[in-house]
Design a protein around this ligand. Structure first.
Ligand code: MLT
Length: 266
């Protein structure tokens, strides 16, 4: 489905009619299809699931050129919820960049969040070196005119070392990265490079929170998840084995078990 959200046409899916409403927010260079392995379980649990392609990714428009900031994404999510008629607070599920956006969403609209699932993400801003690397990747993507730099620089780090390169999960990851435009890649990196530190925010998160991380995640390692779980009052931490940065794809059974158990509690 397509909705007019702020100044862009945003692609999204909206399935189920029940409660809670679960908002699934994908990671960088990916799109909403990364959540496919969760849809069946969430439907069976009676949830309504809203899953957008963020601005610049998947089938959504990118809007005017420039950094895709976490604030812009958070504004888009709030408007999308209005457009699809979700007034009740949502269970916000964000992975990696989806988690960075979650912190911004909380800053702006805490009343719209019923609970958080923060997967394979971090609360800190980028280091100076990481910011410089992002800006170099952005320039390279623009120079070559494709997301090839991410296929070479990021994709190999998404999954655990034991995942076969030709497996369906690896191929699905590759399709998403390859389907991202040079602009989405460049402006996405620039937006993440601008994001602020959210460590101070953690003690102020007052909703039930589940922190999830793949045991082999090298992009946002388990120490980052431990830091979030230690900072958010009452947060629960679940490690997913046999998984890297995308445990919802690599070990969906374990991820879905943790997600559904948490939904049952909230
Ligand atoms: C993601 O999966 O969203 C990215 O790894 C986030 C990042 O580059 O920091």
């Amino acid at each position: 489905m397509i909705a007019q959200v702020n100044d862009i046409a945003m692609a999204y899916s909206d399935t189920g009619e029940g409660s809670p409403v679960v908002l699934l927010v994908h990671g960088f260079v990916l799109n909403r299809s990364m959540w496919d392995p969760q849809l069946g379980s969430l439907k069976a649990a009676g949830a309504r699931v809203v899953a957008p392609d963020l601005r610049g990714f998947g089938a959504s428009e990118g809007g005017p050129p420039g950094a895709l900031t976490m604030g812009q994404h958070a504004r888009d999510l709030a408007v999308l919820l209005d457009v699809v008629g979700v007034a009740e607070p949502v269970v916000y599920v964000g992975l990696s960049m989806g988690g960075y956006i979650g912190f911004e969403f909380w800053r702006r609209s805490p009343e719209r969040v019923r609970a958080f699932v923060l997967a394979d993400t971090r609360a800190t801003a980028d280091s100076v070196e990481h910011r410089a690397w992002r800006l170099a990747m952005a320039a390279e993507a623009e120079a070559v005119g494709s997301s090839q730099p991410a296929i070479e620089g990021m994709l190999p780090r998404f999954f655990s070392p034991t995942l076969r390169p030709g497996s369906p999960v690896a191929l699905a990851g590759r399709r998403m990265v390859a389907g991202t435009s040079a602009r989405g890649l460049a402006d996405g990196h620039r937006g993440m490079a601008e994001r602020v530190d959210s460590l101070f925010l953690l003690p102020l998160i007052t909703v039930p929170t589940l922190v999830v991380v793949g045991e082999h995640d090298i992009l946002t390692p388990p120490a980052d998840a431990e830091q979030i779980a230690a900072g958010v009052p009452g947060a629960k931490l679940v490690n997913i084995d046999q998984a890297g940065h995308l445990p919802n794809m690599e070990n969906p059974d374990a991820f879905n078990d943790a997600l559904l158990e948490f939904l049952g509690e909230v």
